[in-house]
Each structure stands twice: as C-alpha cells, then as structure tokens.
Design a protein around this ligand. Structure first.
Ligand SMILES: Nc1nc2c(ncn2[C@@H]2O[C@H](COP(=O)(O)OP(=O)(O)OP(=O)(O)O)[C@@H](O)[C@H]2O)c(=O)[nH]1
Ligand SMILES: [Mg+2]
Length: 262
C-alpha cells in the first residue's frame, strides 16, 4: 500500500491547516520561490477542481485543488512563494509549517530553470525537512531561449531527487510530474536526497541536542524531523515554539534543552 495520511497519523493536523484530513488523499505541496510558475503548475494539475480561501488565522491566500491519476485522487496545495523556510515572514512560516507538520506525501519544489542557483537554496531547505521531494524545473522554454543548458542527469545524481523539466504555461511536462508523484506515493522510487552537513561546531551541538529532544519529547519523533528541529533551536528560531505549542501542546520554552544554549 502507498503512503496515506492515515498511516502517518496527521489527519487532524491537516484539518487544522484547512486540508481535508478526512479525505485521505495523498497531499502534494507545491513550494517555490516567487514567480517560478507555482500557480501555473497548480492550475495545470487541478484544472477547475480548486478552491481558494485563506490559511487558517492568516490573511494569506490558500489555494487547494484536486486531480485524479490512475484512479487515485490527490489533493494539491499551492504554498506561498518563498525564498527560504526560515520563517522570517508569514509566508515562509506557512510554507515551513505545512511541510513540517502537515507532512505532505510529496513536496514539489518548483524552480526557475533560468535561475537555478538561487532556487536550489529552497530545495536544500525542503530536503532537510522531508525526503519525499521532486524538483520541477519550470520555465525550460526561457532557459532554452537564453541558451542555458542544464545537465538533468548530473543534477539528479548530485541532488538525489527526481527532476521533472516543465513548461507549465504550455502544460508541458505535467503528466510526467503526475507520474513521478504517483511513484513516490506508491514507494516505487528510492528517495535519499542530499543533506547539508554543517561545520563540526554545529554538528557537534546537533548531536547533543537530538538525543535530548528524543528523550524529552518521545512522541515528537514520529511527527517531525528531530535533526531539523535541533538546527532551528540552535538558530534561535522562536516561531517554531508557537507552532509546536499549537500543534502538539508541548512547551519547549521551559525545557533545559533550550536553556543550555543560552
Ligand atoms: N515562459 C514561461 N512562462 C511561464 C511558465 N510557467 C509560468 N509562466 C509565467 O510566469 C508568470 C508567473 O507564473 P505564476 O504561476 O503566477 O508564478 P507563481 O510562482 O505562482 O508566482 P507567485 O505566486 O507570485 O509566487 C506568469 O506570467 C506565467 O504565465 C513557463 O513554463 N514558461
Ligand atoms: Mg502563485
């Protein structure tokens, strides 16, 4: 059986993000820098089967929609455009929290093929949070026009993520994207994207914090990536506390694991 929300127990959290947890559809999140064609991909995938509203409690528009592939219905969520997931803006916080807590079965990072370097920064942040990632290289027509050649096989090998080139405006490549998403959901591809290794000073601290977090919050490990959480704590990111308290009713502020680094 493929990945389902039921098997990972996140239905309730999905509902709190206004995503129908009861439907048990695999959820596909579309992430990407602003203006890379996320909404064009979203429209191409979902056609008229879409709703827009606001993210709960936020004045940021949420678009969700549906498509069916090989008799399986998927829910697609168009995340706000962001350059990073460092939660320094509401948009970044929404994108980060959704990937971290609603745990989409697949996150598609939509990148502008003419500006790969900047766009890959977000991809590397997403792969720190989730292994189930596809890189959608959009605007391939623009890249060709600018005579930019991309070694797709070399890039896929370096990043260890599936890559799908698209021209979303002409609906080119979107059926390949659906096929790759289906393979990930049905666990037909091995996924082990590259992870950033930090300086030994940081890695040593992470090594100390991870077991401490596992000990103090044994249930958290099932739901979120503890290495990622340790990195956020080291960074002093306060916004993660708010979301943890909202989603899990845990209070990290009073725990010694945080006090130690102050
Ligand atoms: N040439 C070309 N243009 C594209 C392609 N995909 C999207 N566009 C155009 O790029 C512009 C931005 O597309 P959107 O889909 O709005 O991008 P977005 O990522 O949703 O933008 P934000 O939501 O503002 O972050 C639009 O004018 C699209 O028509 C493509 O593959 N090739
Ligand atoms: Mg958009």
């Amino acid at each position: 059986m493929g990945l389902t929300a039921q098997s990972s127990g996140v239905n309730l959290l999905r509902e709190s993000f206004n995503i129908d947890g009861d439907k048990n559809n695999p959820v596909v999140a579309l992430a990407g820098n602003p203006n890379t064609g996320k909404s064009t991909v979203f429209n191409g995938l979902t056609g008229l089967k879409q709703h827009t509203g606001n993210w709960p409690g936020k004045t940021v528009t949420q678009a969700k929609g549906y498509y069916t592939y090989l008799s399986q219905e998927y829910t697609v969520v168009d995340l706000p455009g962001t350059y990073s997931l460092l939660a320094s803006s509401i948009e970044e916080q929404i994108a980060r929290d959704f990937i971290c807590f609603a745990q989409p079965e697949v996150t598609v990072v939509i990148a502008d093929a003419t500006n790969l370097e900047r766009n890959l920064n977000l991809l590397l942040q997403v792969t720190e949070l989730s292994e189930r990632v596809v890189l959608c290289l959009n605007l391939m027509d623009e890249a060709e026009r600018k005579n930019i050649k991309i070694d797709l096989n070399g890039l896929a090998t370096d990043l260890q993520v599936p890559i799908v080139p698209t021209i979303a405006r002409d609906e080119k490549g979107l059926s390949d994207l659906k096929k790759v998403i289906d393979k990930i959901v049905n666990q037909e591809v091995q996924l082990d994207p590259i992870k950033i290794k930090y300086s030994s000073k940081i890695e040593e601290k992470v090594e100390k914090i991870v077991p401490e977090l596992n000990k103090q919050f044994p249930n958290l490990r099932k739901n979120i990536n503890i290495r990622w959480l340790a990195l956020r704590l080291l960074e002093g990111d306060r916004t993660i506390f708010e979301t943890l308290e909202e989603c899990y009713d845990v209070n990290l502020k009073n725990k010694k694991v945080v006090e130690r680094r102050q």
